[in-house]
Design a protein around this ligand. Structure first.
Ligand code: GLN
Length: 305
C-alpha cells in the first residue's frame, strides 16, 4: 500500500475544513494556536514511518496523556483499579459533574477528566513527589525518545482556569475517592495535560498498544497482552467522550483525542497513527482529525471490523 500517497490525498481532502473547527480557548495559552496546522503520522512495526504536514510541530497532548497514565496505573493496580474508576462510556462531556454526584464519586472511565484525576491520585500514592517525572519517563520510554517535556505556560494556565477540574476533584474527595492532597494531585494532572509532543512522536509512542503491550521495534514490554487489550478497548468505547460511538462508527479504530487537537489511533497488529488539527467539533474532538482518520480507514480498509 502506498501510505505516503494516501496521506497526501487525505491532507488535500481535509484542507477545506481545517478552519471550520473551534480552537480550545478555555485557557489563553491554547487559544493562540494557528487553526490551519495539520499533521498526520503513521508508524509501522518494522520502523518505517510516513507523514504529511507539520509532523514535527509539538502541540499540547491534553487528554491523550490519559492513555499513558492509565497504562501506568493498570500495570501496578490491576486488581483494585476498577473499584475506583469504571469502564463504561459516560455518554457525557469530558468535564461533566452531574453523573459523578449520583454515581457516588466513582467516575465512569479513566478517559474522562474525573477518571483521569483518580488515576493520577493512584499514581501519586505510588510515586509520591516523583509522580510527574515518572509519567514523563514512561512516555519517553514508550516513545524511545528523551526529548519530551511539558509546557509551563499551558500548565499554569490550566491551574489558573481549572475551576471545573477543581470541582471534580473536590467532589470525589468528599466521596473519599481521592486519597492524596488535592493540590498535589491537580498539579500533576495539569502538568500531564500540558505535555508537548509532535504527531510523529505520538504515533511512535502508541506502537506498544498496537502490539499487545510490546514495543515492536525495541522489543521492550510495557504491558501484558491482557492489559493492552483493556487500554485499547477503553480507547474504542470511551476515547472520545460522548462522541465515542460516533468515532467508532466512522473510523472503526481504538482512538483517543485531546483538546489540543490531537488524536491517536491504533490498527492492532499493524500500525499506530496520530493526526493533529487544532479546530475542534462541538464534543471537543478534532474536527478535521476525525475526518482524516475516517478517510484513512475508508481508503485503506484497515479497521478492526
Ligand atoms: N486539560 C483539559 C481539561 O482538563 C483536558 C481535557 C481534554 O483534552 N479533553 O479540561
Amino acid at each position: 500500500m502506498n501510505y505516503q500517497k494516501i496521506l497526501q490525498e487525505i491532507k488535500d481532502e481535509v484542507k477545506p475544513i481545517l478552519n471550520k473547527g473551534k480552537i480550545a480557548d478555555y485557557i489563553p495559552a491554547l487559544g493562540r494556536v494557528n487553526p490551519s496546522h495539520f499533521a498526520m503520522s503513521l508508524s509501522l512495526f518494522d520502523g518505517r514511518t510516513f507523514g504529511v504536514g507539520d509532523v514535527e510541530h509539538k502541540f499540547s497532548i491534553q487528554s491523550i496523556s490519559k492513555v499513558f497514565t492509565y497504562s501506568m496505573a493498570i500495570s501496578h493496580y490491576e486488581k483494585i483499579l476498577h473499584k475506583r474508576v469504571g469502564h463504561e462510556p459516560s455518554g457525557n462531556p469530558f468535564n461533566s459533574l452531574v453523573q459523578l454526584e449520583y454515581e457516588n464519586g466513582i467516575p465512569r472511565n479513566p478517559f474522562i477528566n474525573a477518571g483521569a484525576i483518580v488515576i493520577t491520585d493512584m499514581l501519586n500514592s505510588k510515586y509520591k513527589e516523583k509522580t510527574f517525572s515518572k509519567i514523563l519517563d514512561f512516555i519517553k520510554s514508550v516513545n524511545n525518545n528523551q526529548n519530551i517535556n511539558y509546557d509551563k505556560e499551558v500548565a499554569s494556565s490550566e491551574a489558573e482556569f481549572g475551576y471545573r477540574n477543581m470541582a471534580l476533584v473536590n467532589m470525589m474527595k468528599s466521596f473519599k475517592n481521592i486519597t492524596n492532597n488535592i493540590e498535589d494531585v491537580m498539579d500533576i494532572y495539569f502538568k500531564q495535560c500540558s505535555i508537548s509532543m509532535s504527531s510523529s512522536e505520538l504515533s511512535r509512542a502508541m506502537l506498544f498498544l498496537a502490539n499487545h503491550g510490546i514495543d515492536p521495534i525495541t522489543k521492550a514490554r510495557f504491558l501484558t497482552s491482557s492489559q493492552a487489550k483493556r487500554v485499547s478497548s477503553l480507547m474504542l468505547t470511551c476515547g472520545h467522550y460522548d462522541a465515542s460511538g460516533d468515532f467508532a462508527f466512522r473510523v472503526g479504530l481504538p482512538g483517543k483525542s485531546g483538546v489540543g487537537g490531537g488524536i491517536v489511533a491504533i490498527v492492532p497488529e499493524h500500525m499506530s497513527i496520530c493526526v493533529w488539527s487544532p479546530g475542534l467539533n462541538s464534543k471537543g474532538n478534532s474536527l478535521a482529525g476525525t475526518k482524516a482518520l475516517e478517510l484513512f480507514t475508508t481508503k485503506t480498509g484497515l479497521s478492526i471490523f
